[in-house]
Every structure is written in C-alpha cells, then in structure tokens.
Design a protein around this ligand. Structure first.
Ligand code: ZN
Ligand code: ZN
Length: 181
C-alpha cells in the first residue's frame, strides 16, 4: 500500500516532490505523485467554487474504475466548498479512501502577503497529511499543534506542527496496521 497523490495540471508546479516528501515524513507511509487524471467535477458558477463532495464522487468513481484500493489525495488549485461552509481547505471520505486539498487559500498571495513557495509547501503538506489522517481513520484532535487539529484560518494552520501528537500518532499506527495488514 502507498499513498497516491494526484497533482492537477493547474496546481502550483514544481512543488510536487517536496510536498510528497514532507507528507511521507509526517505520515510514515510511502507516497507517489502523478499528474491528475480524475475529472474535475462539481464547479458551481454562482460561487466560483468546486463542491468538494462532488469532486470526491469523481475520485471515488475513478478509483472504482481502476480498481485502486490505496488512499488517493487529489491536489488542485480551485477553491472548494461543502454545504454549510463558505469554503474548505480540504475534505476526506474515509469509506472510499479519497481526499482532496485545494491550494487556493494556502498561498500568501490570497491574503495580500508576499508569495512564498516554502510556505505553500508547508501548508499543502499539513493539509494533505491531515486529510490522509482522516483516510486512515483519525478524527479531529483538540491539541492545537497536532496535524489533526481542524484549522478555520490560515494562522491556525500555520500554528500546527508538521506532525501528529503522541495520541494521534499511536492511533495512526494502529489504524494503518488494521486497514492495510
Ligand atoms: Zn479534518
Ligand atoms: Zn492529535
């Protein structure tokens, strides 16, 4: 088993390898990156956003068609929402091993700050590892520095460390062993 990262062609280029490496270091599971071939579905014109649930439907269909049982993380640049939320950084569907993260709100430019690839790599890796944590059965964590803490803002995301707290790390190891013996 390994993590498949699908990098959409419109996502920031050149960051694939550092993001995959950082996620691997955090989660402790091998990860590969290929260009995304999943159809990007769920765009809502009035919101100029993609419905993350519709996008996960598309990843789910792709996985079923290709008989892919390993976890998949799709990285794209379009802004995401889910019903009841104005936006989401990412979303995971544990039952099918599919997750998505968006770079839209992770770059400094979005907040009028100076662009930094290092910041973007950090944030994409943290969000990616968080969603992968969900795919391996982890819930949200109250520890503000833990990767499984649910950030509402960029500052809350930046405050998190690039790793799991002791409790989540133990859970992660147990869940991975149970799901992928
Ligand atoms: Zn979460
Ligand atoms: Zn934790």
């Amino acid at each position: 088993m390994h993590i498949h990262i699908f990098w959409d062609a419109l996502s920031p280029q050149g960051l694939q390898i550092p993001v995959a490496r950082t996620i691997m270091a955090m989660v402790g599971v091998h990860a590969t990156v290929i260009e995304n071939r999943v159809r990007v579905m769920g765009y809502v014109e009035e919101r100029k956003q993609i419905n993350a649930q519709a996008l996960l439907d598309s990843v789910q269909a792709y996985k079923r068609h290709h008989k892919l049982t390993d976890p998949v993380l799709l990285v794209l640049s379009q802004d995401l929402f889910r019903n009841g939320h104005s936006f989401v950084f990412g979303l995971a569907r544990e039952s099918v091993g599919a997750a998505v993260v968006s770079a839209a709100r992770l770059g400094n430019e979005f907040y009028g700050r100076e662009k930094s690839d290092d910041d973007l790599i950090d944030r994409l890796s943290k969000e990616g590892a968080h969603e992968i944590g969900h795919l391996f059965g982890l819930d949200h964590c109250a520890e503000r520095e833990c990767i499984m803490f649910r950030p509402d803002t960029l500052d809350e995301l930046d405050r998190k460390k690039k790793g799991f707290c002791d409790h989540c790390r133990k859970q992660l190891a147990t869940h991975i062993a149970a799901k992928f013996p």
